[in-house]
Design a protein around this ligand. Structure first.
Ligand code: GTP
Ligand code: MG
Length: 211
């Protein structure tokens, strides 16, 4: 006889990150789960997850799924991985206009797979739509705050460079906030690199709050 789950049961929630190659999905997860950063990450192949158990009552275990941004490293049917997600984070890079433009496509892909209708009225930020909490993260904000150079991976995936070879901001916070509120997404700018960055912590904590 299997006893029914009780309130004290350790519950699990699946959280998925998606977005273009090189925007920092893996780095955000490593910062949040292990509080580490590497300038030499490898491109994610397929998808994988890391679990983190939160010391709350009842305990909640997050299974954080990382996915490949590069088309050639994506599986045939990534939608299968998205299913059952309680939270989804679409990541772009604040120094890459194209990664922000692509966020729309990633969002649609996630909504289609999870079955979240578009154009649902959003009553408040962080509104839980059909059981999934959606967030947008504008990563690499350290690059536009004069806190040093970025990652060094990706000879074929160059960042846009400003006049002095310093990456420049290509997406304003206002624009991203505006789009997020239209779509009912939580929004944070983040830096996986900066170990004092509050954005990464706030991003995950806010999602957990709504889950
Ligand atoms: P795919 O797995 O190919 O989809 O890429 P990804 O989105 O997982 O990117 P990843 O985390 O591998 O990061 C790509 C590069 O950007 C690496 O060189 C990282 O060190 C660097 N990077 C990631 N986040 C940040 C950040 O917040 N600031 C800076 N300066 N560099 C970052
Ligand atoms: Mg990755």
């Amino acid at each position: 006889v299997v006893s029914p789950p009780t309130k004290s049961t350790n519950s699990r929630a699946k959280l998925i990150l998606l977005g273009d190659a090189y925007v920092g999905k893996t780095s955000l997860i490593l910062r949040y789960v292990h509080n580490t950063f590497s300038p030499h990450t490898l491109a994610t192949v397929g998808s994988a997850y890391i679990s983190k158990t939160l010391p709350q009552k009842p305990p909640l275990t997050l299974d954080i799924w990382d996915t490949a941004g590069q088309e050639r490293f994506r599986g045939m049917n990534m939608g299968l991985y998205y299913r059952g997600s309680k939270g989804g984070v679409i990541v772009y890079d604040v120094t890459s206009r194209s990664s922000f433009n692509k966020a729309k496509i990633w969002l649609k892909e996630l909504r289609d797979a999870v079955g979240v209708p578009e154009n649902v009225d959003v009553e408040e930020p962080g509104y839980v739509r059909n059981g999934i909490v959606l967030a947008l993260a504008g990563n690499k904000r350290d690059l536009v705050e004069g806190k040093g150079a970025g990652g060094i991976r990706g000879e074929d995936l160059k960042l846009e460079k400003g006049a002095e070879g310093v990456p420049k901001r290509e997406v304003t916070e206002e624009e991203a906030k505006q789009w997020s509120s239209e779509e009912g997404l939580l929004f944070f700018e983040t830096s996986a690199k900066d170990d004092n960055d509050e954005g990464v912590k706030n991003l995950f904590e806010e999602i957990i709050f709504w889950i």
